[in-house]
Design a protein around this ligand. Structure first.
Ligand code: GRF
Length: 227
């Protein structure tokens, strides 16, 4: 008795060791930043938040939480290549293990994607491969699909395409508006994005022939759903 440190100090020590073994994350946003917020609040090691829009709402939350922020405004650059080079410089200053795109609304050049190949992850508001691109909720309603959702995937040069890490499904209900459906999907985004990033940060993802396998007990949570 008396030789053990108090329980709280012990917990803090364990947590510190656990976190320092994880890959760190830089999050890239363009606007609201609710996914960024969910990632930060999940306790993952977020080094910095970078936005291509100076007044992106999400930057305020990051600053208020003591996270480094940077703005690289795409409008200030004459070409995609020059913007991507500056963005890469900003990301690399934080030497992250993971680049997480969270509502980042720019198309990236092949060179940029290759630079972060295998460690850049995106969330998309549809059950890929259905509805890549914009206006996913509107398109789902127009098609009359009964199930919709969201996808966390590795980024490849093809837009909204790449090995799928996690997906969550939600029902499309009679009388749904675009906003109601978007809100239902967003609640799932906030659950699966931190979950998928944690798996990757803990080195628990195996990618073989474009298929992602999750090592460990909670892998079935990749099927999270609100059905
Ligand atoms: C999310 O629906 C995300 O899936 C999509 O853009 C939206 C961004 O929302 N790529 P937020 O900025 O994370 O609130």
């Amino acid at each position: 008795m008396g030789s053990l440190p108090p329980a709280r100090a012990q917990d803090a020590l364990t947590l510190q060791r656990y976190n320092s073994a994880m890959k760190s994350i830089v999050i890239v946003i363009s606007g609201r930043g609710s996914n960024m917020r969910a990632i930060v609040e999940s306790g993952l090691p977020v080094e910095a938040v970078i936005s291509n829009v100076a007044d992106a709402a999400g930057l305020g939350f990051a600053r208020d939480n003591g996270i480094a922020t940077e703005v690289v405004e795409h409008r200030a650059f004459p070409s995609r290549e020059s913007f991507d080079a500056e963005l890469a410089g900003a990301i690399d200053r934080h030497a992250p293990g993971i680049v997480a795109l969270a509502g980042f609304m720019r198309i990236l050049t092949g060179g940029f994607v290759h630079r972060y190949e295998g460690r850049m992850i995106n969330i998309h508001p549809s059950l890929l491969p259905s509805y890549p691109g914009l206006h996913t909720h509107r398109r789902a309603l127009e098609e009359g699909v009964k199930v919709h959702g969201c996808t966390v995937h590795f980024v490849t040069p093809r837009l909204d395409h790449g090995p799928i890490i996690a997906q969550a499904a939600v029902p499309v209900l009679p009388g749904d508006t675009e906003d109601a459906l978007a809100a239902r999907v967003l609640r799932q985004e906030h659950r699966i994005y931190p979950l998928a990033l944690r798996w990757f940060a803990e080195d628990r993802l195996i990618v073989e022939n474009g298929i992602v396998r999750v090592k460990g007990q909670d892998a079935s949570q990749a099927l999270l759903s609100e059905l």
